[in-house]
Design a protein around this ligand. Structure first.
Ligand SMILES: [Zn+2]
Length: 272
């Protein structure tokens, strides 16, 4: 069935590109991926290949320095992320940012599968064949030149937790990274990503330990964006191509003004 979205996407994309030519974009966009299953690898490779050819991809270090471009980020540490890093990113020399949950990477077998279903998918589906990479996998990512960020200890929704559990998920995760990798990550991405899955208290805890906090709220990151209210664009690899490029090029930004304002208000309240 052809949805309205499928029909409208090419028109929206063309209109957006015309507008963008008149108003060039400053700053960088963080693209957000999760699991990249074998059935979507080709789509992913085409997308990344094109961004690479156009010279638009930037490393986490360059994003941290405020460069203009597109940063690739991956949430949850799925095993497929490592495969993608080895087979698609490494040949291009592309460096990306991977957000890992230490508690999930330390689990294996059925215990990990249960935790994926309960925490990552919020109980809405089961893990199936999906697995999270172990610490050897995380080490391999680092050896390939990628940056590791914290995605909470166990992938819990911070706003649903009391003070002790928040400490375990934010400060506890930082401690786990320090033990396993020798340092607290500069980057943090809170779980679920919408502007209402974090609050001022959680953001303050994150800001005390991490230089950057990335949300899942769509938008561009400029010099004016608060480092603890960074935006990211979730990219659907299974969907329509024009719709995907619309997300990559910021065409969906107008729908997230309210979310960005909410996030910015919380970040503005953080003590310098
Ligand atoms: Zn996640």
């Amino acid at each position: 069935m052809t949805s309205i979205r499928t029909l409208a996407a090419p028109v929206c994309l063309a209109a957006w590109r015309t507008w963008r030519r008149m108003v060039p974009q400053d700053g960088y966009r963080a693209l957000l991926f999760h699991d990249v299953p074998p059935s979507q690898r080709q789509t992913f490779a085409v997308l990344v290949g094109r961004l690479h050819t156009e010279g638009r991809l930037i490393s986490p270090a360059r994003a941290a320095a405020g460069a203009k471009g597109v940063l690739l980020t991956f949430d949850d540490g799925f095993q497929s992320n490592l495969e993608v890093a080895e087979t698609i990113l490494a040949p291009l020399g592309v460096q990306a940012l991977f957000f890992i949950c230490p508690g999930l990477s330390s689990l294996s077998g059925s215990a990990q599968a249960e935790a994926i279903g309960r925490n990552v998918f919020d109980g809405k589906r089961s893990a199936g064949d999906l697995r999270i990479m172990d610490w050897d996998g995380v080490e391999r990512l680092r050896a390939l030149g990628h940056e590791i960020g914290s995605h909470t200890q166990d992938h819990l929704r911070l706003t649903a937790l009391g003070p002790d559990a928040r400490a375990e998920q934010i400060e506890g995760a930082a401690e786990a990274f320090k033990t396993r990798l020798g340092a607290v990550p500069e980057w943090f991405a809170y779980t679920f990503g919408d502007a209402w899955s974090v609050d001022a208290d959680a953001l303050a805890r994150i800001a005390r330990l991490h230089r950057f906090c990335r949300s899942g709220v769509r938008g561009v990151n400029t010099a004016d964006t608060h480092p603890h209210a960074l935006r990211a664009d979730h990219v659907e690899l299974g969907g329509n191509e024009s719709w995907r490029w619309l997300a990559v090029e910021g065409g969906l930004d107008p729908f997230y003004r309210k979310a960005r304002a909410h996030l910015d208000a919380m970040a503005a309240g953080l003590q310098a």
